[in-house]
Design a protein around this ligand. Structure first.
Ligand code: ATP
Ligand code: MG
Length: 448
């Protein structure tokens, strides 16, 4: 992509309304624009990141055996009356009436709708287990939308729902999502820790929040230091095998959010030098709630004995739009974002220091083509802006590799390469630079 033909409305000043760094950088780097409180338009740079996050989530859901569907954003209130949640949900639910004066709502979550779909289609235990997920916008009329996309009112969520015959099988489905989440966040360059959590309005008694540490996190969290070096399940994990070792490894050490924190247990179980007490961001949340929805909504199957049984269910959320902000909170410096390769909007940024000069234009054009042919996503700054501005923009938008070609290096046939993550700089010959960097990028696409 040539920057001269792109849409990248960069802001030089920090917008006053943005309190935390991810919000500031997302606005400054032209990723999002607020449409109204807690509601954002995603501009090209932001959308590329959002799509990459969604793709990783999708790949890991599919790997764990979940099946993608797409449910609507607008739901009927009657469905929520069946589960009893229409009245319980409170003001966070955006309630609407259609022209027939039927009560509708903009879905804050989808337990009811998926239960209806499943109930009307599946009648036998033979069709279990199943896990259906979708990636869809949600609306919650948060009392205090803030921190940009981190606590929006409209936000993109992946939500999966598992259906099993027995509680024991239901826990296996839960464990599959547990393992899938560890991989999902690790692939984005994040260290996520599953923590015992409250179930809130979703219900049930088994629940983990996946938390990443960041100073600006909204939750206070407590855990054992060794959790931060836990093993991420491999790509070829057998998701239908015994996953209890994975879950046990990640749940045997103390980890809890504020609401579930037990100070006495923390002191007793975690040695003083291993105690972590920090701020965290919730990026995912999984629940096992048994028959909470299947019972009132009549979602039953025939058992092998010919009896009817309520289906055992769980639900599993990932905050896809929140993750765009959360990754920035975890990966930045005072100049801008430092995208991990797997979620970077482009993998390489190329700066032409003297656009319009025949020599640099030709050299940049050749390098650009080599990267493109190698299947690398590259943003080429071919504009006439002064060098300082180009460097500042490139640092701000945080592409993993910056390649600078100017008249000086050109004389020696060299390009200057900066690794945005480490800050390491090196000169690489113009003939080989695309090859060398393409290879590094490809190695970093799959972090786990
Ligand atoms: P929180 O405690 O942050 O309000 P929640 O527990 O109400 O979130 P869940 O119902 O567990 O949220 O939703 C699943 C995931 O969706 C969360 O883990 C989070 O990543 C994301 N999410 C929830 N609310 C928002 C929001 N207002 N803006 C952006 N993402 C959100
Ligand atoms: Mg939650």
């Amino acid at each position: 992509m040539h920057l001269s033909r792109y849409f990248l409305p960069v802001l030089r000043e920090t917008p006053k309304e943005a309190e935390i760094v991810s919000h500031q950088y997302m606005l400054r780097a032209g990723m999002v624009k607020q449409a109204s409180a807690g509601i954002y338009s995603w501009l090209p740079m932001g959308l590329r990141v959002l799509n990459k996050i969604a793709d990783i989530v999708r790949e890991e859901q599919n790997r764990a055996g979940a099946i993608e569907v797409l449910m609507p954003t607008i739901q009927s209130a009657d469905l929520w009356r069946e589960s009893g949640r229409y009245d319980d949900y409170g003001k966070e639910m955006l309630r609407i009436q259609d022209r027939q004066e039927r009560d509708m709502l903009y879905g804050p979550t989808n337990e009811e709708l998926i239960t209806q779909i499943f109930r009307d289609s599946v009648k036998s235990y033979r069709d279990l287990p199943r896990n259906l997920y979708h990636i869809q916008w949600k609306f919650r009329d948060e009392i205090r939308p803030r921190f940009g996309v981190m606590r929006g009112r409209e936000f993109l969520m992946k939500d999966a729902y598992s259906f099993d015959l027995s509680e024991e099988d239901g826990r296996k489905s839960y464990n599959r999502m547990f393992a899938a989440y560890l991989r999902t966040f690790a692939r984005m360059g994040l260290k996520s820790i599953p923590m015992n959590a409250e179930t809130g309005p979703i219900g049930g008694d088994l629940s983990h929040e996946f938390i990443i540490l960041a100073e600006t996190g909204e939750s206070q969290v407590y855990g054992h230091q060794d959790l931060f070096d836990g093993d991420i399940p491999p790509a070829d994990l057998d998701f239908y095998g015994d996953l209890t070792p994975v879950v046990d490894q990640w749940t045997s050490l103390y980890a809890a959010t504020d609401e579930m924190h037990d100070a006495a247990r923390f002191e007793a179980e975690v040695p003083a030098d291993k105690q972590v007490s920090a701020r965290g961001i919730e990026v995912g949340h999984i629940f096992f709630f048994g028959t909470k929805y299947s019972d009132p909504m009549g979602c039953r199957v025939q058992t092998p004995d010919g009896d009817m049984a309520n289906i055992q269910m769980g639900s599993y959320g990932v905050g896809i739009s929140r993750l765009a902000g959360a990754i920035i909170e975890a990966c930045h410096d005072d100049k801008g974002i430092k995208w991990p390769v797997p979620v970077a909007p482009f993998e390489v940024g190329l700066i032409n220091l003297k656009a319009g000069d025949e020599g640099t234009d030709t050299a940049c054009g050749a390098v650009y083509e080599q990267f493109t042919n190698a299947g690398i996503e590259i943003l080429y700054d071919d504009t006439n802006e002064r060098a300082g501005g180009k460097f500042a923009t490139m640092d701000l938008i945080g592409l993993p590799y910056q390649i600078v070609i100017g008249p000086k290096g050109l004389k020696d046939g060299q390009a200057e390469v900066t690794d945005r993550q480490t800050g390491a700089q090196e000169s690489i010959s113009l003939d080989t630079v695309a090859n060398v960097i393409a290879k590094r990028v490809k190695q970093q696409r799959l972090l786990v």
